[in-house]
Design a protein around this ligand. Structure first.
Ligand SMILES: Nc1ncnc2c1ncn2[C@@H]1O[C@H](COP(=O)(O)OP(=O)(O)OP(=O)(O)O)[C@@H](O)[C@H]1O
Ligand SMILES: O=P(O)(O)OC[C@H]1O[C@H](OP(=O)(O)OP(=O)(O)O)[C@H](O)[C@@H]1O
Length: 319
């Protein structure tokens, strides 16, 4: 019987790594569907052959994807920027594009009630629990050095000995937010999006290590077997899905005397399309407008005499 965990089954296929579960999974499936990457994932299998391209999807833990990409075992991958930095392999991984979902911040959090621990300096020498131990060791390593240097200078001025402090970073695999309540740590370093988890645990943030979102990544040094043409096609399709999600097509009519003012409001991505109307002196304009700016753009078009203004959602596009 042939299994998908067989090198031969994957021979000649471009490999694309997708988080196997968790916060990024559903959004990745939407992106694959928008890019018309067709596959059927069999129950319990972490490899799926793509039906309409010589390609296979490999479902991996988000934390492992930077290594598989960086070492050239797969040709493309989606994971969080936080995972890329935490992997320590950022130099081997090229960020092809930010994907606009999975937005969060990696923050130092402490119990709100603990009045003595309201700055990161106050955590120096104490215990910090996290799943991001590489980033946390670096952050607190630098902070320990700064705090110790200050203490050393103060002690020297007073002619006394000083004890150097070292923050202890405790790795925990999940449910980091429970660490303080359980007495495992004085503070934590964990991801925050809405802040609900943090607040529910009586914690608040006192510093940010980094801001993150999902990214499409590829190896800096592609594998010799890589199908570069297919990689380029898939990247371009994903870019199209991303652009379609960010833009709408705005159409309106405008008298030619106000056309310049209107085009300054809707310059389009490259240029707006202007067509003459039968009605003397009027033009029809269509231009791509950022979704986030559409209400303001419509207000401003009305102000300069725009008529019959409407927007159309984009399903997909290439720009
Ligand atoms: N609350 C959140 N909001 C937005 N994005 C998040 C959030 N939590 C995590 N992420 C992003 O999703 C990535 C994967 O996190 P997730 O918690 O889904 O991990 P996971 O792969 O399911 O691992 P595990 O379940 O073992 O913790 C993170 O690295 C981060 O980039
Ligand atoms: O600010 P919020 O919107 O509340 O999100 C933050 C939570 O999301 C992540 O965990 P997730 O729920 O993915 O589960 P995990 O703890 O198992 O990783 C993170 O570790 C926080 O616990």
């Amino acid at each position: 019987m042939t299994t998908l965990f067989n090198k031969d089954a994957l021979q000649g296929r471009m490999l694309f790594a997708i988080p196997k579960k968790g916060r990024l999974y559903e959004k990745c499936l939407e992106l694959l569907s928008g890019a018309d990457i067709q596959f059927r994932r069999q129950n319990r299998l972490d490899v799926a052959l793509v039906m309409n391209h010589p390609m296979a999807l490999v479902f991996l833990p988000a934390a492992d994807i930077p290594r598989f990409v960086g070492e050239g075992n797969v040709d493309l991958g989606i994971t969080g920027q936080d995972m890329v930095v935490e992997s320590g392999l950022a130099d081997l991984v090229a960020e092809e594009m930010e994907l606009g979902f999975g937005k969060c911040k990696l923050q130092v959090q402490v119990p709100e009630v603990d009045e003595e621990l309201q700055t990161v300096e106050a955590l120096v020498g104490k215990k910090v629990a996290t799943s991001f131990d590489v980033l946390s060791r670096k952050y607190f390593g630098d902070l320990d050095a700064q705090v110790n240097e200050k203490r050393r200078r103060e002690a020297q001025a007073q002619g006394r000995e000083v004890e150097l402090l070292e923050t202890k970073i405790e790795y925990v695999g999940g449910s980091v937010e429970a660490a303080c309540a359980l007495g495992v740590a004085d503070g934590i370093v964990d991801l925050v999006e809405s802040g609900e988890t943090m607040r529910a645990c009586g914690l608040h943030a006192i510093a940010t290590l980094l801001s993150s979102q999902a990214v499409l990544i590829r190896p800096v040094t592609p594998h010799a077997r890589s199908n570069q043409a297919l990689i380029k096609l898939i990247v371009s399709r994903i870019r199209g899905v991303m652009a379609a999600a960010q833009y709408v097509l705005c159409q309106y009519n405008i008298h030619r005397s106000n056309l310049d003012a209107a085009l300054a409001i809707t310059p389009g991505r490259r240029a707006a399309t202007v067509s003459p109307l039968e009605d003397d002196g009027w033009s029809a304009v269509s231009a791509m407008v950022k979704k986030s700016e559409v209400a303001t753009v419509m207000d401003r078009l009305e102000e300069v005499g725009g008529k019959d203004i409407f927007t159309l959602a984009l399903d997909n596009c290439r720009t």
